[in-house]
Write a protein of this length. Sequence first.
Length: 119
Amino acid sequence: MKFVIDREWWLRGEGGGMSRLLRVEDRKMCCVGLFALQLLKMRESQIEDAKTLSDVRDTGCGWPITLEGKPIGSMSEFYSVNDNICISDDVREGELIKLFAKLGVTVEFTGPERMEVNR
């Protein structure tokens, strides 16, 4: 199973206070928002302004949320890596690839935009 993260629309590295599955004002999505749309088949209206999957009221797939019949469990590590303000995109992408691999999911990153760490 595979999903794509387009760096142009990927919301990351801004800290947890600013992050959303789908941030309404600019339509950017964190990695879990993109995962929810592409592989969990949720709709944009379900994830708008939600901070976590737990905030999604009507998942359309019940609780616990499953992927190919297996519960996906906590996504807290995913949020931590995605929102971390102290790591570069190279590090962030590598860590997310490893985390999603534990779910049996391959991630492809596309688009030229990469963020460096501002120190």
